[in-house]
Design a protein around this ligand. Structure first.
Ligand SMILES: [Zn+2]
Length: 245
């Protein structure tokens, strides 16, 4: 996406949230910063772009909780950059991609009323749960239709801004669910230890082909990671609200 388009998409936030000029400037610096690195444009799209958006969103949230507005808005801007870019589908060539970005830039300024409406909708649908917020970034669909790209990017702008700048206290259910998970975690670590011992015993006793041993260990790792996900998610929810574990 062009710098000007990124800026056009975040500009309405200043009025909607009544931002001061300092933080607004940082949002603008952040929203174009990733393009100044001159990374290959493909890195801002698809899963790589989504992964970067999520990392920047967490940085923004951590600074926001510390009360460091300048860095919070800078990283929020960076997160928005990647979120905007992943709304655009990959074109077969650099030239086609440039042409699409050019058309997006022209169109966005012709449909500002709808853009502002989508941003407002996103702001209203603030997400309290960081796991859900991450999932909504992972599920962004890259599109080729210009209007759909713009409205989706505008909606996600509002959603991310209100979710990252959420001042609510940590919901009690998140604390309760973490405490329940911690107990379960102790059992699963003991279980994992026994299981790993058995696998290693099996490998040393029967000396199966190396590839089979690797598959067994890989599979074990995968299953444990899957089993630990609810614990990791519960931990993430507390971190999002600045609760030290
Ligand atoms: Zn970019």
């Amino acid at each position: 996406m062009k710098w000007r388009t990124h800026i056009t998409l975040v500009k309405p936030i200043v009025v909607l949230l009544n931002l001061t000029i300092d933080v607004y400037n940082m949002l603008l610096v952040g929203v174009i910063a990733p393009d100044k690195l001159r990374e290959p444009f493909s890195r801002h799209h698809g899963d790589e772009g989504k992964d970067k958006a999520i990392k920047e969103m967490w940085k923004a949230r951590k600074y926001f909780l510390k009360g460091d507005q300048i860095n919070a808005y800078y990283h929020l801007g960076r997160a928005l950059h990647y979120v905007h870019d992943v709304c655009i589908g990959r074109e077969p060539s650099r030239l086609k991609h440039e042409m699409l970005e050019y058309d997006i830039d022209i169109t966005v300024r012709e449909m500002m009323d709808e853009v502002v409406e989508s941003i407002k909708q996103g702001l209203k649908n603030k997400v309290r749960d960081p796991v859900e917020l991450e999932n909504s970034i992972w599920s962004i669909k890259a599109r080729r239709d210009i209007t759909e790209i713009i409205l989706n990017a505008a909606y996600m702008t509002g959603l991310l801004v209100s979710s990252v700048l959420n001042k609510d206290l940590c919901p009690k259910e998140y604390i309760d669910s973490y405490e329940r998970r911690v107990k379960y975690e102790v059992i699963s670590i003991i279980g994992a230890g026994i299981w790993l011992g058995l696998i290693l015993e099996l490998i040393f006793s029967f000396n199966p082909p190396i590839i089979l041993s690797m598959i067994l260990i890989g599979l074990t790792y995968f299953v444990f990671k899957l089993l630990r996900k609810p614990y990791e998610d519960a931990k993430k929810r507390l971190l999002w609200y600045g609760i030290k574990i």
